[in-house]
Design a protein around this ligand. Structure first.
Ligand code: PMP
Length: 457
């Protein structure tokens, strides 16, 4: 009998009860009608006995895949030791070990003089803490954030995210080669974006509220896998440093080896003033921290508190994960496999006109789907008559949803992202084997062909 005592009827019953009883706000559960009962590494097994290769990885959380032995061992050790599981923000050996391991992995320029703050359990909690910290430290209230950004769902994080409007937030262009807002892409597009940023900051009539900080993702994840060019990131560091504006790197998704370096900012050699960390740092359990330059530590005691800041199991799982990634060079491995997968995806794009673009860094990969019949798409995203737009503008959300379903039918879990939910995202664990990578690519290729065929039939 499958684990969990499930039968096919059991699976259907659980899914039916979920849709009757859970909020309409549920997300992944809608597109992935599976009932996981067992998981190991990259494989999830449903109550009906079906197995899937998981390229969603808890929305990029599972650096080591599901239930990695070092993570399970670390959790068991805490439980068996009789240590308290709930300790508010008190000091414990488990927390001490986590902090030591975290500091050992930080960019040296930050680790030398950093403070860590344990926040509420989710990434969005750490974003809130970061925004409040820089506002407290600078006495200013404005915020610089980017088009296409995603920082979370609580009020402040949401306001900083791309789809939101907020009087305190100045929205700046995040560079993109594909569908570039300036119609040029490449280094010139990035240069123009930086120029616009500088001009807004220095123009006394720009209407920009005095910024307390700039928040950015080194690779936009939910925004559709858009890696920031290294030169642009360095420029943002220079621009903010020159004007005394703290730079906040939201590494919630890019951290812990995911992009092929330990941190996303490492590619550019940039040292931010604040780093926002969650997802992988908890080794699959909820944990979120900010790490920042000690000079910013101007909080009054208790200025930012919360009941759940001391998740001992998450800290133990996180310590084990960070150490395993470091000792086994998994960031370099992510770079190597990711490069090969990117090359293979580009070859796939040559065969499928519905692939408008393929992007990625390390094991954050994205395939942007377009409607090839909607007009010309490309580097600048301009139609031949000079009008902006075309397939890239509206994307192909129905096709992307069909590809996701065809993937699921073939035992592959992928996620969608991007402005129009038209980017098929791959976030496999850093432990993915060459065979698993090949299987992912095969299944995705078949799913694309099947989705295209259905569309034309
Ligand atoms: N920042 C980034 C860059 C993210 O990708 C996410 C989650 N996808 C968040 C913040 C929010 O994290 P959480 O969902 O844990 O609140």
């Amino acid at each position: 009998m499958p684990p969990g005592g499930g039968t096919v009827g059991g699976t259907e019953g659980i899914l039916r009860r979920q849709s009757l009883r859970e909020s309409a706000a549920r997300t992944y559960a809608r597109a992935l009608p599976i009932v996981p009962v067992r998981a190991r590494g990259m494989t999830i097994e449903g109550a009906d006995g079906r197995r899937y290769l998981d390229c969603l990885s808890g929305a990029g959380t599972l650096a080591l895949g599901h239930n990695h032995p070092v993570v399970l061992e670390a959790i068991r050790k805490v439980i068996d030791s009789g240590a308290p599981l709930h300790v508010l923000d008190l000091a414990t050996p488990v927390k001490d070990a986590f902090t030591t391991e975290l500091f050992a992995n930080l960019p040296p320029g930050l680790a030398a003089n950093a403070r860590v703050q344990f926040c509420g359990p989710a990434g969005t909690d750490a974003v809130e803490a970061a925004l409040k910290l820089v506002r407290t430290a600078t006495g200013r209230s404005g915020l610089l954030a980017f088009t296409g950004a995603y920082h979370g769902m609580t009020a402040g994080a949401l306001a900083a995210s791309g789809g939101a409007r907020d009087v305190e937030v100045t929205r700046l262009p995040y560079p993109r080669d594909y569908d570039c807002p300036f119609g040029v892409g490449g280094p010139e597009g990035a240069r123009l974006g930086a120029r616009w940023t500088e001009s807004l900051l220095d123009d006394p009539k720009s209407g920009v509220p005095q910024p307390a900080g700039m928040i950015l993702e080194p690779v936009q994840g939910e925004g559709g896998v858009i890696p920031a060019p290294d030169g642009w990131l360095r420029r943002m560091r220079e621009i903010t440093a020159a004007r005394g504006i703290p730079l906040i790197a939201d590494e919630v998704q890019t951290g812990v080896g995911r992009t092929g370096a330990f941190w996303g900012v490492d590619h550019a050699g940039v040292v931010p003033d604040v780093m926002v960390l969650s997802k992988a740092i908890g080794g699959s359990l909820p944990l979120a921290v900010i790490v920042y330059r000690a000079e910013l530590d101007v909080w009054e005691p208790g200025a930012h508190a919360g009941t759940f800041r001391g998740n001992q199991l998450a800290m133990a799982a996180g310590t084990a994960t960070l150490a395993h990634v470091r000792r086994n060079g998994l960031a370099a491995r992510a770079a190597e496999v990711g490069d090969r997968m990117l090359t293979a995806l580009r070859a796939l794009a040559a065969e499928h006109p519905c692939i408008g673009d393929v992007r990625g860094r390390g094991l954050m990969l994205g395939v942007e789907l377009v409607d090839p019949e909607a007009g010309e798409v490309g580097q600048a995203g301009d139609a031949p008559d000079g009008t902006a737009g075309s397939g890239a503008e509206g994307g192909a959300p129905h096709l992307a949803a069909a590809v996701r379903q065809e993937c699921l039918d073939r035992g592959l879990i992928v996620e969608l992202g991007g402005r129009h939910s038209s980017v098929v995202r791959l976030l496999p664990p850093l432990t993915i084997t060459d065979e698993q990578a090949a299987a992912v690519l095969d299944r995705l290729a078949d799913a694309l062909t099947a989705a295209e065929r259905t569309r034309h039939s």
